[in-house]
Design a protein around this ligand. Structure first.
Ligand code: LLP
Length: 425
């Protein structure tokens, strides 16, 4: 459920008409709803139910905007970060370092040092050589890294191949069969304190069975590790819960169903559970607001050309992702159209042959469920500055990232001395 709804024929974000935002801030722009963010955190927590003191580490990669992170920090969420940049953002937004988990296969020594100095709660180590480097960095700083190994359980998550992470052939984690050896080796390394096991099998999961299978394997591994003398106090179950994009499809499992499954599988574990939800918290809390530049009649159907493009919302081009597209002021009838952006690539297509609200030149449209992996995956391709981000709360709204002017893009470049020094020919 979200707080984007029609009121008197105009799509609103909470109490603010999207038309007003478009007039004052221009388009394209991302718009987030605070009430939806807060609701999703509550629903996720309630879904976990009786699990004692769950550590909810929001996957910053889904939406690293400072205002979004600060909203979540105020609700007690920590962060799952995958780079020094994300760590800096989480800290800048006021997240408690003790509730920060550092994931990722390619942490550099500098990033490890940053995490250690910040006192983060856990490093999810993805390989044996990474454990050795982390040990050396921690020792040099005179600090101790609390670690879990991210384990690859070899489970097919049943999602898009580009966002599947738990199969043996994926780059993530230590193969589960090798995990006991990795823990034994890490136990001998100075500067490391083993505290847990971590797993994450993929994103936009619409079936609980693969997660259940992965968690069962983790449960068996925890028992094996404890029998070998390791002190396993934490189990990080990753993120991945899917959200509804297409209202005509069956709903993905909700946090209550997910929580019930987790409680059942982890009942005897006696470990503090960590969760890394991203999409389920922010996905439906954001829309990308765009204006129709013109409607061009193709051979078979109209092309609706909007002022947002693949550089602003990459998901449809990269994953054939489906986003609902709604008119901000529906005219009351529909048509079938192909919705494209102005970028010079055929891949700059948001939807093909899509039955949707009929729109005309100048109309506003909203790409729904764009709060996760939307603005954060944007680029400046075709020299289009990054879109603004706006957050709404009740009848208030604020710009929380400015539109990037072309001057800023040009100013970030510089000329090499041999061009600067010589006068133009
Ligand atoms: N934890 C780890 C270790 C992850 O790699 C991810 C996502 C998450 C948590 C959060 O997963 P979520 O709850 O959001 O599904 N750009 C793609 C999604 C990539 C997900 C990468 N990892 C998309 O737009 O669909």
């Amino acid at each position: 459920m979200d707080h984007f709804e029609l009121r008197q024929g105009v799509l609103h974000a909470e109490d603010v008409p999207l038309t007003r935002i478009a007039e004052e801030a221009g388009t394209p722009t991302y718009v987030y709803s605070t009430a939806t963010l807060e609701r999703h955190v509550r629903v996720f927590r309630e879904g976990l139910g009786a699990i004692p003191d769950p550590w909810i580490a929001f996957a910053v990669k889904a939406n690293p905007n400072k205002a979004v992170l600060a909203t979540l920090a105020r609700m007690g969420l920590g962060a799952d970060v995958v780079s020094g940049g994300e760590l800096s953002r989480a800290l800048a937004a006021g997240m408690d370092p003790a509730r920060i988990v550092f994931s990722g296969v390619g942490k550099t020594g500098d990033e490890m040092a940053q995490g250690l100095r910040a006192g983060i709660g856990q490093f999810n180590v993805e390989s044996e050589p990474e454990a050795e480097t982390l040990s050396a960095v921690a020792q040099a700083l005179g600090l101790t890294a609390r670690i879990a190994f991210r384990v690859n359980p070899d489970v097919d998550a049943g999602t898009h191949a580009k966002i599947s992470t738990g199969k043996a052939e994926n780059k993530f984690g230590v193969p589960i069969d090798r995990a006991p050896r990795a823990y034994a080796a890490a136990a001998t390394l100075p500067g490391l304190a083993i505290q847990g096991v971590a797993v994450h099998i993929g994103s936009q999961l619409t079936d609980l069975a693969p997660s259940r299978a992965a968690f069962e394997r983790i449960g068996a591994l925890i028992a094996e590790l404890r029998a070998a003398g390791h002190n396993i106090t934490h189990a990080d179950l990753g993120g991945g819960l899917g959200v509804p994009y297409d209202p005509s499809l069956p709903l993905p499992p909700d946090p209550a169903a997910y929580g019930a499954m987790v409680r059942e599988v982890t009942a005897g574990w006696n470990a503090r559970l960590i969760f890394e939800p991203g999409r389920v918290i922010v996905g439906n809390a954001g829309v990308l607001l765009a204006r129709v530049i013109r409607v061009k009649q193709g051979v078979t159907q109209p092309f609706v050309i909007v002022d947002a493009a693949m550089n602003d919302l990459l998901r449809p081009s990269l994953y054939e992702a489906w986003h609902n597209i709604r008119a901000v002021i529906p005219r009351g009838d529909g048509f079938t159209a192909t919705i494209v952006g102005p970028v010079c690539e055929t891949g700059d297509t948001f939807a093909r042959d899509r039955p949707m609200d009929r729109v005309e030149e100048g109309d506003l449209v909203a790409f729904m469920t764009a709060g996760a992996y939307g603005a954060t995956m944007a680029s400046t391709y075709n020299s289009r500055g990054l879109t603004p981000e706006i957050i709404v709360s009740g009848d208030k709204w604020a710009t929380v990232r400015n539109r990037q002017p072309i001057e800023a893009l040009i100013a970030a470049d510089s000329l090499p001395p041999w061009i600067e020094e010589s006068a133009p020919q």
